[in-house]
Design a protein around this ligand. Structure first.
Ligand code: SAH
Length: 361
């Protein structure tokens, strides 16, 4: 039986209303949610889609997350770390093709030499990516896991101004089930608070369709983003990786995780309104048109892959990562086409900060 939808034009949703939105399965109700989210996006943020060139700078990781393909215990991964020279060259290429911003993502490492190198690389990128059309150099987003406040501050002072750290799930018992005992929910929360207090634009997100996760949990996730006044959201469906402890645990059909993934984007847009939301590659893994659909459900950021082809194969957080065999150039062309197909405008040569953050300052 079709259940009624809440008023989608309101600006304050309750937990129960978010659950109702995430529970729709009828195509016409899904379309109503999608259209309402797209309307909020166009009204609050406009039709631009911002690009962040994604550089997966190292797959060395000290963590053993039960879901992740590059977890420390996965011996079938060949470990790599790109040198500063390579990272700076990729960043320059990003600036030259108009991306405006990059994301530097790595496995989690806290050793001094890794942080020192990263700091130096950030300083170089800020110097060497200045262009007439980008006078302050590229915008830099980091995604390098849990670090001390001191480290976060150093990297901020070097020139990174955005940080992504997913909470993965805000249900503490589910969090405990998908992580080893030394990874603690509260630590993630305090990292997010530290990042905010330092002045970063802060992004977080969750995996959708984890074994045992409910729509109640997902509605709480969105309310958590709101409570923490988060600026950016990156979330996508959970995709089981065979070389991990969660590789064979039942987690619902792919189509179901795709539906929930898109509804989460729409619901997050309806509740948080002026944040940046990424169309993530995990969606593309479940549906070749996944990212295009994400734009239509309210996403406004995309992260074209720039990692060179050799290392790229060894940065598989989940199997079936799209574009694995394609050149960075063809990724770029395909993405630009999917943005146009969704009726949106590709924004070039701009940092593309979330309005939610710039309105605060
Ligand atoms: N070390 C960095 C980057 C981690 S990878 C950090 O800690 O932030 C980025 C994200 O990939 C993770 O936060 C997780 O949400 C997602 N991820 C990992 N394994 C996944 C899987 N099997 N399916 C879907 N998403 C996954």
């Amino acid at each position: 039986m079709t259940k009624p939808l809440p008023d989608l034009s309101q600006t304050a949703f309750t937990h129960q209303e978010i659950v109702q939105i995430l529970s729709v399965t009828e195509p016409d109700q899904i379309e109503s949610v999608r259209a309402a989210a797209e309307e909020v996006l166009l009204k609050e943020c406009g039709d631009a889609v911002y690009m962040r060139g994604l550089i997966e700078a190292s797959n060395v990781c000290r963590c053993d997350c039960h879901y992740c393909g590059i977890r420390k215990s996965n011996a079938s991964v060949q470990r790599y770390t790109l040198g500063a020279e390579d990272i700076v060259a990729l960043a320059q290429h990003a600036a030259d093709v108009g991306y405006g911003s990059i994301v530097i993502q790595t496995g989690e490492r806290q050793n001094k030499s890794f942080i020192d190198d990263l700091e130096k690389t950030i300083l170089r990128i800020k110097q060497e990516t200045r262009r007439d059309f980008l006078p302050q150099g590229l915008g830099i987003t980091l995604c390098v896991g849990e670090q001390t406040e001191e480290t976060y501050r150093r990297l901020f002072e070097a020139g990174a101004h955005r940080y992504l750290l997913r909470i993965e799930t805000t249900n503490p018992s589910l969090f405990a089930r998908i992580h080893p005992t030394d990874q603690i929910f509260e630590t993630r929360v305090s990292c997010l608070l530290a990042l905010k207090s330092i002045g970063y634009q802060v992004g977080t997100g969750v995996m959708i369709g984890l074994p045992g996760q409910t729509t109640d949990d997902l509605a709480n996730d969105i309310l958590f983003f709101q409570k923490l006044d988060i600026d950016m959201i990156g979330m996508g469906p959970f995709v089981p990786h065979p070389d991990t402890p969660l590789g064979n645990v039942p987690c619902g059909h792919g189509a179901e995780r795709l539906r929930l993934g898109l509804l989460m984007i729409a619901a997050t847009r309806l509740v948080l309104r002026d944040v940046n939301i990424a169309a993530t590659t995990a969606l593309q893994t479940l549906d070749p048109k996944g990212r295009e659909k994400a734009f239509r459900f309210g996403a406004n950021v995309v992260m074209p892959l720039m990692t060179p082809e050799g290392p790229r194969e060894n940065y598989q957080l989940y199997p079936g990562k799209p574009f694995l065999n394609e050149s960075a150039e063809s990724c770029r062309i395909e993405l630009a086409a999917s943005i146009t197909a969704a009726g949106r405008k590709l924004s070039l040569n701009a940092w593309g900060d979330p309005l939610h953050a710039t309105r605060k300052s």
